[in-house]
Ligand binder design. Structure first.
Ligand code: MG
Length: 208
């Protein structure tokens, strides 16, 4: 079946992962260190342990408000995110690729796990290309799963086989979208470990 919808993951696919790492691995530990009077290294280890104990299968793991509350941090989430806004880096192939896909008449959507609070600063520069932006956590209270992909296909009135999902997570993006009947591409920005993967977005075009 012909592909007429392209679906994109955000982190590691359109935008560098770095922003998230700064928030979770530096800024939040720094706030913890300040509020508890600890050394930064101590706070970093503490946060890492707490993140790991909860685990990414638990939806609260993705929820910055939950962590701020749990760690007793008073700074509002939005201030923390805005403070690091400038460190958000869009990959250089994003604009040219989205532009060309849109000109070719393809429908473009986003499917991300990230809660909406993380999204605005990340994608406002290019969100006009997207017909819909789905945050699985905010919209479905779930991380990416086959049934979430199926539900989204229904919601945008598209056959799963007519949707190509591009993302950097081998299971949440590549496998689960396939299980829902989508076509999918794994993007490995930092070097291919599988022959079927792509390394930049321009490699989408030969697959259409
Ligand atoms: Mg990703």
């Amino acid at each position: 079946m012909e592909i007429n919808v392209i679906s994109f993951d955000i982190d590691g696919t359109l935008v560098e992962q770095k922003f998230n790492d700064i928030i979770w691995e530096y800024e939040i530990p720094m706030q913890v260190a300040e509020s508890k009077g600890w050394a930064l290294e101590e706070a970093k280890n503490y946060c890492k342990d707490e993140y790991r104990k909860l685990g990414d299968k638990d939806l609260r793991w993705y929820d910055i408000e939950y962590w701020l509350k749990r760690f007793g941090i008073k700074t509002p989430a939005i201030d923390i995110l805005r403070k690091w806004e400038k460190s958000i880096k869009v990959y250089p192939d994003v604009f040219p690729t989205l532009k060309r896909l849109a000109e070719d008449g393809l429908r473009l959507i986003v499917i991300t796990c990230m809660p909406r609070i993380f999204l605005k600063e990340k994608i406002y520069k290019f969100d006009s290309f997207f017909e819909r932006v789905f945050s699985t956590i905010s919209d479905f209270k779930k991380v990416k799963a086959p049934e979430v992909y199926r539900h989204i296909a229904q919601e945008i009135l598209a056959e799963p086989a007519s949707i190509l999902h591009v993302g950097d997570h081998p299971v949440l993006d590549y496998e689960f979208s396939r299980q829902a009947g989508y076509k999918s591409l794994l993007i490995e920005r930092n070097g291919k470990t599988r022959p079927e993967s792509i390394q930049n977005l321009e490699e989408i075009f030969p697959c259409l």
